[in-house]
Design a protein around this ligand. Structure first.
Ligand code: NAD
Ligand code: ZN
Length: 359
């Protein structure tokens, strides 16, 4: 069986496209209780962008601090309950921010129409009804959250996405001007998420002409952005990074991620390390799995003088390392893709522990 995926319904791309948001939302404003819910990264609270949000007096604008923790099921349930109780069902949700805010917007749009706690729906195709209209406006690029069919949530038991066709945004607004203020380290770590998506998507049994075409182009863009003559944060590269993020996300959607993401999930689950940073920590030591990708990654690290600590594993207990390796081992689709269908003959919890000890 071949994968059959739903894409974003509408995409607008280009400098200043954020100014079109008002017009885009206008045609949806008559739905449900006739107000929009804007979920916005708190970083923008006192920045000029906050004044440009096309909110009407009846709308709700909620600022969220994404630095305290990654999106949680409790946070989504509380946001949904408080909005329903005070104002009713919104016409739509607009997420303005990075992967964290986009996941909150996707998740809450689903939870407005699906009863009970979001913990009930963590997994594939558990959501029962389509959510309300939702629009994503990325302000940092790399995770591919703008295009993916999952909204990653940390719950009391698991860190797992609400994953189904209805999770995909109805509308995405890609305005490269919005990512200009991203701090250099985040620009690097989050951008590398897309680079790693491409390396992993390409190196495994699910790679195909479709995922390859996206990965090849996204990697070319990443090389321009991080290694080219005009490398670094500038207007042209911001355009390229927004497109690379989208294409890297599409590449992995039609293929699969691999060893680095399997390790990264272990790190995030046990130590709370953030996704893109965790990827960089792990990828740095995976030269035997991805020799060319890791060599190029190290060149990018050197070029941009990025701080990536080593020797972290010395601080971890054996129990923590076993716990991380167990989380990683329990992602069979990633190992199956990266190593092959006989992966269990080659990869064990013990051998994954050794990979963690390299960090
Ligand atoms: P983020 O949303 O966590 O933000 C990272 C930091 O950058 C924050 O401090 C934020 O305030 C800041 N920031 C964002 N935009 C800015 C701007 N324009 N200027 C200055 N600062 C800005 O970043 P992320 O790396 O995009 O997202 C990580 C999250 O995405 C994790 O929660 C992860 O689980 C999730 N994720 C989701 C998917 C998916 O497919 N749904 C894929 C990968 C990761
Ligand atoms: Zn990723």
């Amino acid at each position: 069986m071949h994968k059959n995926f739903k894409g974003i319904e509408k995409t607008v791309f280009g400098h200043g496209s954020f100014n079109q948001l008002d017009e885009i939302l206008a045609e949806r404003r008559g739905d449900n209780a006739k107000f929009m819910l804007f979920v916005v990264d708190q970083y923008f609270k006192d920045k000029p962008l906050a004044k440009r949000i096309p909110a009407k007096p009846e709308d709700s604008v909620v600022f969220v601090d994404v630095d305290v923790h990654e999106p949680t099921t409790e946070q989504i349930d509380n946001l949904r309950d408080s909005i329903l109780k005070t104002k009713g069902l919104p016409a739509g949700v607009v997420g303005i921010g990075g992967g964290s805010v986009m996941d909150i917007a996707k998740a809450v749009s689903l939870m407005f129409t699906n009863e009970g706690s979001s913990t009930l729906y963590q997994g594939l195709n558990l959501i029962k009804k389509p959510g309300i209209y939702h629009c994503g406006v990325p302000t940092i690029s790399g995770t591919g959250a703008e295009v993916s069919m999952t909204a990653v949530l940390t719950g009391p038991v698991k860190k797992l996405g609400l994953k189904c066709e209805w999770t995909v945004f109805n509308q995405v607004v890609l305005d490269p001007e919005l990512i200009a203020t991203v701090p250099r380290n985040w620009w690097f770590y989050t951008g590398m998420d897309t680079y790693i998506h491409c390396v992993e998507s390409e190196n495994g049994q699910y790679n195909n002409a479709y995922s390859h075409a996206y990965a090849e182009q996204a990697m070319k863009l990443c090389r321009d952005i991080y290694l080219g003559e005009q490398s670094g944060q500038n207007a042209e590269n911001d355009e390229k990074l927004m497109v690379a993020s989208l294409m890297g996300g599409l590449s992995l959607t039609y293929s699969e991620v691999g060893v680095c993401h399997a390790l990264s999930y272990g790190l995030s689950k046990i130590l709370g390390t953030r996704h893109c940073y965790a990827n960089c920590l792990a990828f740095n030591h995976l030269g035997d799995f991805y020799p060319e990708g890791v060599a190029e990654f190290k060149e990018m690290i050197r070029k941009h003088k990025i701080d990536l600590p080593q020797g972290l594993a010395k601080e971890w207990t054996d129990e923590q390392i076993t716990a991380m390796a167990t989380v990683s081992y329990n992602l069979p689709h990633m190992w199956n893709h990266a190593i092959g269908s006989d992966w269990k003959d080659k990869i064990t919890v013990k051998s994954i522990e050794e990979l963690f000890r390299r960090l």
